[in-house]
Ligand binder design. Structure first.
Ligand code: 5AD
Ligand code: SF4
Length: 462
């Protein structure tokens, strides 16, 4: 397997540090505020597991916590601003409560210029730690308890080397039936707009035995929906192909679903499509970010596929996987994107027919190649393209969802949602609301009566 695995002796050292700090923190409340992608959500569950090992009691309310950790995202400027304003909210409280501790971690913490900004402008942030430090949370807590000044745990190794794979630390999962399982970390693709390879380092795969052990334990303890995670899972190299890993993770017996996030079009193999088509426990949902429909822009983005290759892959997916939902990410306003380029994106969207599009306005990220490119798109132009794309997609999503009318879908219930409606997810990951209470974490059949672009609604038939 690739990547450096944290030695067992180091994990044992962290367990013993956790034991030594427990008398000091036992019962203290801690809260993690998470921004960004599923990878960050998974990381927060690991941090929570380590904090609990140290004796902390986790709470969802920052108001009652004496330790607040902000897990940040750097993928777009908007996410960074939100995280910083979250940190800003604790300024007054921090002045009043000497024993309140604030930590900041995640992708923003990995970037030197952001650390400098935090150091200068956010003096009440007590400590910062990087994305490859989660297994060292006990040591971070011990340092925090004895610290007279602010400190950071950031890998010293130059970019390209940093990054570890740790096994054996506890995970405190938010849900009792949906779970994240990391298959790999980091990314080697260097799409020119993206901060991820800069922030999270090169690709490291977990050994297939470790991934499968975790997935099997989850299935055995009643988990029904498992998502294999990685920035680019299809370039997994932990002892088998990603398609084989997915197939094995979905073959433990019983009814449950396995999903994956995210796949790069250049690596989305036919073998993977076949596994989704044939293994009944693999969810019929393929999230395949296209980013643009114009070859010229795809090249500037360093995506390493053409529009025609993407269209061909989408055709294969739709042809082989019955009732698949195909979703994508698109960036509008990439530097130099012309009206004609954007028209190509619109025409691709109409040609393929995505179930859902996550549209993002291009945000220049310091340190990335695209941030230095000529012809940054004016905000008003990006906004207009964003609106045009949303309008086109709304009509497409509605017509795709209309095809579910009268059909019966197998739905994994999430119980009652915050609007007081019973809701769950189909294998396509579509939101389905229904008329009768079904306990969260149980499967049920729902006959679809009404369809919107965003969600389906129906009656429980069992
Ligand atoms: N600006 C806008 N969107 C971005 N994404 C990644 N980097 C940027 C950026 N700099 C989007 C891509 C990716 C998704 C997770 O976020 O569409 O697939
Ligand atoms: Fe970013 Fe591209 Fe890697 Fe995805 S594949 S994380 S967009 S660099």
């Amino acid at each position: 397997m690739s990547g450096c695995v944290v030695p067992e002796s180091e994990i044992a050292r962290q367990y013993s540090i956790a034991e030594s700090v427990r008398p000091m923190v036992a019962g203290t409340k801690a809260c993690i505020i998470t921004f960004g992608c599923q990878q960050n959500e998974a990381d927060s569950e690991r941090i929570a597991g380590a904090l609990r090992l140290c004796g902390y009691e986790m709470t969802e309310s920052p108001d009652e916590a004496k330790l607040i950790i902000i897990n940040t995202c750097a993928v777009r400027e908007h996410a960074e601003i939100r995280a910083l304003s979250e940190a800003g909210q604790f300024k007054n409280r921090k002045e009043r409560e000497r024993d309140l501790k604030i930590g900041l971690c995640g992708c923003m913490a990995q970037q030197a210029h952001r650390r400098e900004q935090i150091y200068k402008s956010y003096p009440y942030v007590d400590f910062v730690f990087g994305t490859d430090m989660h297994h060292r949370v006990p040591e971070i807590i011990k340092t925090m308890l004895g610290a007279k000044k602010r400190f950071s745990f950031i890998s010293e190794k130059p970019h390209g080397e940093f990054g570890v794979v740790s096994e054996g630390m506890p995970v405190l999962r938010e849900s009792g039936y949906r779970a994240w399982v990391s298959a790999m970390y980091g990314c080697d693709n260097f799409c020119t707009y993206c901060v991820v390879p800069h922030a999270r380092g090169h690709e490291r795969s977990r050994a297939k035995e470790d991934v499968l052990y975790e997935a099997k334990s989850l299935v055995e303890s009643g988990y029904k929906d498992i998502t294999l995670l990685g920035q680019n899972v299809n370039s997994y190299k932990g002892g088998c192909s990603f398609a084989e890993l997915l197939d094995a993770a979905a073959s433990f017996g019983g009814e449950y679903r396995v999903r994956f996030m995210t796949s790069h079009p250049k690596d989305a193999s036919s073998e993977l499509v076949d596994v989704i088509a044939h293994n009944p426990n693999v969810a019929h949902h393929f999230h395949l970010p296209v980013q643009s429909g114009a070859d010229r822009v795809l090249k500037l983005m360093n995506r390493r596929y053409t529009r025609a290759q993407y269209v061909e892959k989408a055709r294969e997916i739709k042809e082989k996987i019955k009732d698949v939902s195909l979703t994508t990410d698109i960036i509008c306003g990439f530097p130099g994107e012309t009206d004609a380029d954007f028209e190509q994106t619109l025409s691709l969207v109409r040609e393929i027919g995505f179930d859902m599009i996550f549209t993002f306005i291009y945000s220049p990220r310091p340190g990335t190649a695209a941030a230095k490119m000529e012809g940054q798109t004016p905000r008003a132009v990006s906004n207009a393209r964003f609106a045009a794309l949303s309008e086109a997609e709304n009509a497409i999503a509605q017509s795709i969802n209309d095809k579910y009318l009268g059909k019966t879908l197998r739905v994994l219930s999430d119980g009652m949602n915050k609007n007081g409606v019973y809701a769950g997810r189909s294998t396509q990951n579509k939101i389905v609301t229904f008329d009768k209470p079904v306990p969260a974490g149980e499967f049920t059949n729902v006959k679809i009566i009404t369809a919107g672009g965003y969600a389906l609604s129906g009656e429980v038939t069992e």
